[in-house]
Design a binder for this molecule. Structure first.
Ligand code: ATP
Ligand code: MG
Length: 399
């Protein structure tokens, strides 16, 4: 029965000029999300409100599901609208609405409290909002013995917005919260095929940050399917974050060179330092203001405090690690919610699992690491340059 949605958003920090940026970004992200739905939709804003209206037949569940991926939305209110054909007709429409949305679903003997909330966006309507509240309240009380008025803490707020047409809504479905993507700069996500990094990308993009991503692959040690898995993960994240430019970098020669020249127990740390360095170069070329990883303290040897300090040391951009204090189960819970989990656990090798030492250092000494990195002096700069040239950019959009 619903034909449109009123979009609620938290207005904290949305004063003055920021408000337009926030609302425009939100409208754009809503359009992006609605493109994935059957049917045609119009998204518009007026007087501090955003509406999504179906212009054709559409699937209600699908529309709600997709609106729930738009950061910045705090609530989704399914609406109906009717033409303004006089107050009596409106009262009839409201009775219909209450009947369908509530009364038909109520059990025998059940009761419900409500409050009418009318708003006039045009002042030429013959009744003012208080009069509408009173009159409509009376009509509904007469029609349905199950209903009672409670002006302080009603079960249901029945909203009536008088515009060119009249909008009626009363339900609010929770949105994902956060800030609209595009209101807070851009960052580069180090995206592996694992569980954590897609979650990290989702969490940072929730704060309004646009995301690019980089994946280091190591053919032939890692397969095409491992790469496809990363593309699939980026696609899942892009439901929330908007389109992602995924940079695929061939890391094989660097990895082999480190393997040849450095102690194997330090391999992971040194490799990770080079990943960060390269990611930072690509980030800077693409106006990213930070890096994002899925690291979590103590998860593996390369993520102890010592290891993180050693990895971090090569970066000049801030590194955001939103999973840093989360347990694996907590990260898994988010990955299930955003539907990346099933993809993440597919068993394709990523480049880190091939070259892992049996006993990697857990307390790397930065001085020692740097000393051993000197073994790489001869070729590493050239290899990094070559790796950067292999950059294959895949534009990933949610379907
Ligand atoms: P995830 O952390 O996503 O579950 P993982 O556990 O295999 O994957 P780690 O080896 O723990 O990854 O690496 C920690 C972080 O380093 C990842 O969260 C990711 O941000 C980054 N990273 C690791 N491997 C790669 C890679 N091949 N390409 C891009 N980034 C990577
Ligand atoms: Mg991990």
């Amino acid at each position: 029965m619903f034909k449109a949605f009123l979009i609620k958003y938290a207005e904290i920090g949305v004063k003055g000029k920021n408000r337009y940026l926030f609302e425009d970004a939100l409208v754009q992200q809503i359009k992006y999300a609605m493109k994935r739905c059957e049917g045609e939709f119009k998204v518009w804003k007026t007087q501090g409100r955003i509406y999504v209206e179906a212009l054709t037949e559409f699937d209600y569940e699908e529309a709600v599901e997709n609106l729930k991926t738009v950061f910045g939305i705090s609530g989704i209110c399914p609406m109906i609208y009717v033409a303004d054909e006089g107050f009596e007709k409106l009262c009839g429409d409201l009775k219909d609405y209450m009947q369908k949305v509530y009364i038909d679903r109520m059990a025998q003997g059940e009761s419900m409290t409500f409050k009418v909330m009318a708003r006039r966006a045009r002042k030429d309507y013959p009744l003012n909002s208080m009069e509408i509240d009173m009159e409509v309240g009376g009509v509904l009380l007469d029609a349905f013995p199950q209903l009672k008025v409670d002006v302080h803490k009603p079960d249901v707020y029945l909203n009536i917005e008088i515009r060119e047409r009249i909008f009626i809504y009363s339900e609010t479905i929770p949105g994902p919260g956060g800030m609209p993507v595009g209101t807070n700069g851009k960052a580069m996500l180090l995206l592996s095929g694992g569980i954590d990094s897609p979650v990290a990308g989702y969490m940072i993009s929730k704060r309004g940050v646009k995301i690019d991503a980089v994946y280091f692959h190591a053919p032939p040690y890692t397969s095409e399917r491992a790469k496809q898995k990363v593309v699939d993960l980026a696609r899942k994240v892009s439901r929330y974050s908007g389109p992602i430019y995924l940079h695929v970098i061939n890391f094989t020669d660097i990895q082999l060179y480190i393997y040849e020249k450095c102690p194997h127990d330090e391999l992971t740390i040194i490799m990770r330092r080079y990943m960060m360095k390269i990611a930072e170069e690509i980030a800077k070329e693409n106006e990213c203001l930070g890096l994002i990883t899925g690291e979590s303290i103590g998860q593996v040897a390369s993520q102890t405090m010592h290891s993180l300090a050693a990895t971090n040391e090569v970066c000049t951009l801030p590194v955001y690690r939103p999973c840093i204090g989360m347990d694996k189960q907590e990260i898994v819970a988010v990955s299930e919610k955003i539907d990346t989990y099933e993809t993440s656990i597919q068993p394709f090798e990523d480049c880190c699992t091939i070259f892992v030492a049996k006993h990697p250092v857990t307390k790397p000494n930065l001085k020692v690491i740097k000393k051993h990195e000197e073994n790489l002096t001869e070729k590493i700069d050239e290899l990094v340059k070559t790796a950067l040239k292999t950059d294959e950019v895949i534009v990933v959009k949610a379907e």
